[in-house]
Design a protein around this ligand. Sequence first.
Ligand code: GLU
Length: 327
Amino acid sequence: MRKLMTPLCAAFSLASALALSGGAQAAAQTTHVSIGTGGVTGVYYPTGSAMCKLVNRGTKQHGIRCSVEATGGSVYNINTIRAGELDLGVAQSDQQFNAWNGEGAFKAKGEYKDLRSVFSVYTEAFTVVARKDADIKTFEDLKGKRVNVGNPGSGQRATMEALMAQKGWTMDAFKLVSELKAAEQAQALCDNKIDAMVYFAGHPNGAIQEATTSCDANIVAADDKATRDMVAEKSYLVSYKVPGGLYKGNDADIPTLGAKATFVTSVGADEESIYQLTKSVFENFDRFKRLHPAFASLDPKDMVSDGNTAPLHPGAARYFREAGLLN
Ligand code: GLU
């Protein structure tokens, strides 16, 4: 009977086989890289998974094994990288900016100058979804309603707080405030526990899909003086639209604000690993783009330049220079 090999044995035997044959030293040890994402019904989770899928196709060559973690979102990811407990994370460009500068959700911890960008991906849309019977037509109509403002640690919570400050609102503006995680809020909406939820995410995503198919729910515009002023003031925000036709009962484009989803890491992350991760995505770009509909219009040049407040990590910069994407 053949003996089953544990993954550890497999790694060792690969290493010794290569050592015996004088093969690549790079594969002599397996380096594990973990990426913090978001809730499983969002787009960060499949985005991290897409990166890992491409990286892990080359584990035999470069020795890197990539895995994803479902997390509370942007702010959690950045703080956990800062604590040295995650290698990489996905974060909204507004939260990347705030972390670098020690603003907003990062005020207490102070500026984080060891933060590094890897690259940005697609544009996320600040998405308000309301029960049809809640009579919420605009962002302003959230006043006096039962609203899920997002779990602490999520990007939507941080952006929601910034928007509320811009409007001069406190949590008292709402009849009820809940802090459910992204993956829990659609069910709460359809169970009539809340009137509205907010999600700063790429489209299409599973959470909005769930909300719009399990009950009658509408995407609500976040497009008033406060949101427009914020877009005008903040370089990392854009005017954006949730495209119509993606979700049941929501056929029209809905204006809102947008930010980039970005991959971030710390200055101390291994240069070769970040180089290989970056290379795996960009050398297999067509394959990467097919892994999620939110990636359809990605452009490599924009991914290097847009939404990255923190300096590029040297491993990413090395790949971009080689590929002619950076001078
Ligand atoms: N933008 C959200 C956050 O920062 C996550 C969205 C997603 O998971 O796709 O928490």
